[in-house]
Design a protein around this ligand. Sequence first.
Ligand SMILES: [Zn+2]
Ligand SMILES: [Zn+2]
Length: 329
Amino acid sequence: MINLVKRAFLVFVLLFSLNSFSQEGDEKQSPSRVGYDYKGKPFTELTVEEKKILDTILQEYINRSDIVLTEEENRLYSEKIAYLEKVEKSYWDKIKIGIAFGFLGILLLLVALKNLISFFIKNPEKKYQFVLKTDFTYRMLAVFLPVAALTSYAHTFFALLFPFTFLPPFIVCALYFWFGYNKKKFEKSLTDIRNQPRTCPLCKKEMRLLSKTEEEKYLDEGQILEQKVKSVEYDVWLCSCGKVQIERYTAVFSNEVNKEIPIPKVIQCSKCKYETLKFVSSKTLLAPDYDNPGKIQINRKCANCGEVTEVVEPIPRLIRKRSKKIGKV
Ligand SMILES: [Zn+2]
Ligand SMILES: [Zn+2]
């Protein structure tokens, strides 16, 4: 199928080039049927003049039914088609290799950038935030880009159908997502950042990380509540010189009311500024449909200062699922 399309395209290119060649020479003379003697030269070794002669006769041959090609002309005709095919393939091969190197280039840039950023971020709280926000995208790209490069390069050997250019990287990404992406490992890498040794900024001695029960006396009520509602976690580091360092880490996976409505269970309280404003109840004021978003009233109460809020938020409109019934519009 693809070869047919290719051949048709080549014939079209051939006709087009012949047409532009023969515009002047067309009416001057009808080529002699003895045929020009190309002396058995392959197509690529013909002189410009000889190529012109060949094109003129081929043009005649295509336009008129009474012309018969000599054996030599027939051979050159198929050699010309093969030559054009080769030129076209090497042109596309160059593009495919270029794309492959492009993907690799982006990958190298990405890896370099990530390492550079994590090298320069010394503050564990910032490092944690950086990893938390970028880890998933980074891992997916680190899987996608090399496979995409390889696929593009493989296309110079196997003339695969068009959609297969993009399928392998996406399939590998999906497989990696389902089987390879390890949430526990990800959480561990975040815990490692939190647990890396701290040096006291005052006396340069190594600090000690307090346990959950030990740390409570250094936290205020609001901070303890933030930990309780699992929106934030605190680490308290203590130095023998008396220096206390409190670090704040937002939760790894956001806690939402339900999957359909992206409403977080806990948000920051506008009154006391702690992340302790908890979801209490909700009331749908207007159900969403396929065309319009809906409205929902969210009631929240702060676990710290007791502040009660009542906010109306939009519900995203419904997404049409494809009908399984055939013929239904
Ligand atoms: Zn100290
Ligand atoms: Zn509050």
